[in-house]
Design a protein around this ligand. Structure first.
Ligand SMILES: C[S@@+](CC[C@H](N)C(=O)[O-])C[C@H]1O[C@@H](n2cnc3c(N)ncnc32)[C@H](O)[C@@H]1O
Length: 267
């Protein structure tokens, strides 16, 4: 990979960590770690780790006798993750082919990555393969877009101002919101007895600008959609009007959202 491309990916990952993690993703790490019943001394893998918020949460729970590995295909994400937590084993790689032997981990966790996996059934089978028998799986996915009007309106804005690819990048995280479809997916991958619990959370962005910028600078580039500064400036201007209903006093954007956490033990 050329130096400028890597630089751009690190910039996007840094924007993801500073704009998105505190506003949206951070609050889910303790919930997923609870669902995975993480205990001191365990070996844990965080799949689609991004900048590593969940792996860092796990690290505090497993203590010095444990081990946590984080895997993500995006070199920018891994570079930022490594800088933030050198104590984790960070690996570039994909969920479809985990670079670990069978039965290497006591728990496999993943938050908000499953929607992006090209072959989801295969990824679930991979998670099971690297788990010991009885090992615990906990996977979080967003509820559907129609339960989160702020993001539905942002997608409509992007469709209008930036085109289909940009809008699809923001639509993509929400495609596994249907609980029955989710249960079917895990069952087809060989896990018939999963539990799915739906948890409430809250998005808290300092402003409409930050909410949309998080996507334009911290998410679209991760999926390969690069906008010009002119486009970004225009979209941010339009967003102030299109999303004004979500701004509270002081300009903060706070809205409820929900996610499903799928749990199971390897048979
Ligand atoms: C929305 S981010 C979630 C990151 C992190 N888990 C968090 O909570 O902040 C989705 C992540 O999935 C990763 N991803 C996409 N395709 C993947 C694949 N095939 N295997 C593993 N990770 C993948 C992306 O690079 C990105 O970092």
């Amino acid at each position: 990979m050329s130096e400028p491309i890597l630089r751009a990916q690190i910039d996007a990952a840094s924007a993801y960590e500073s704009l998105f993690v505190p506003a949206l993703f951070g609050q889910w790490a303790p919930k997923v770690a609870d669902a995975a019943e993480i205990e001191p001394g365990q070996r844990v893998i965080d799949i689609a780790c991004g900048t590593g918020i969940l792996a860092r949460e796990i690290l505090t729970r497993i203590g010095p006798g444990g081990h946590v590995a984080g895997i993500d295909p995006n070199p920018g994400m891994i570079a930022v993750a490594r800088r933030l937590a050198p104590g984790v084993e960070w690996r570039e790689g994909v969920a479809e082919s985990l670079p670990f032997p069978d039965e290497s981990f006591d728990a496999a966790v993943s938050q908000f990555g499953l929607t992006f996996f090209k072959d989801r059934r295969r990824c679930i089978r991979e998670m099971l393969r690297v788990l010991v028998r009885g090992g615990r799986l906990a996977v979080a996915v967003w509820d559907s877009l129609d339960s989160m009007p702020a993001y539905a309106d942002e997608v409509a804005l992007l469709d209008r101002t930036a085109g289909r690819l940009a809008a699809d990048a923001v639509r993509a995280p929400f495609v596994l919101g249907n609980r029955e479809d989710l249960a079917t997916l895990f069952s087809e991958a060989g896990l018939a007895a999963v539990q799915i619990t739906t948890h409430k959370g809250k998005a808290q962005f300092p402003s409409i600008r930050t909410m949309v910028e998080a996507d334009l600078r911290g998410w679209l580039p991760v999926l390969g959609v690069i906008l010009t500064e002119d486009q970004i400036g225009h979209i941010l201007l339009e967003a102030e009007h299109a999303l004004r209903a979500y701004a509270a006093a002081g300009g903060r954007v706070i809205f409820r959202l929900s996610a499903h956490i799928v749990t199971a033990n390897r048979p």
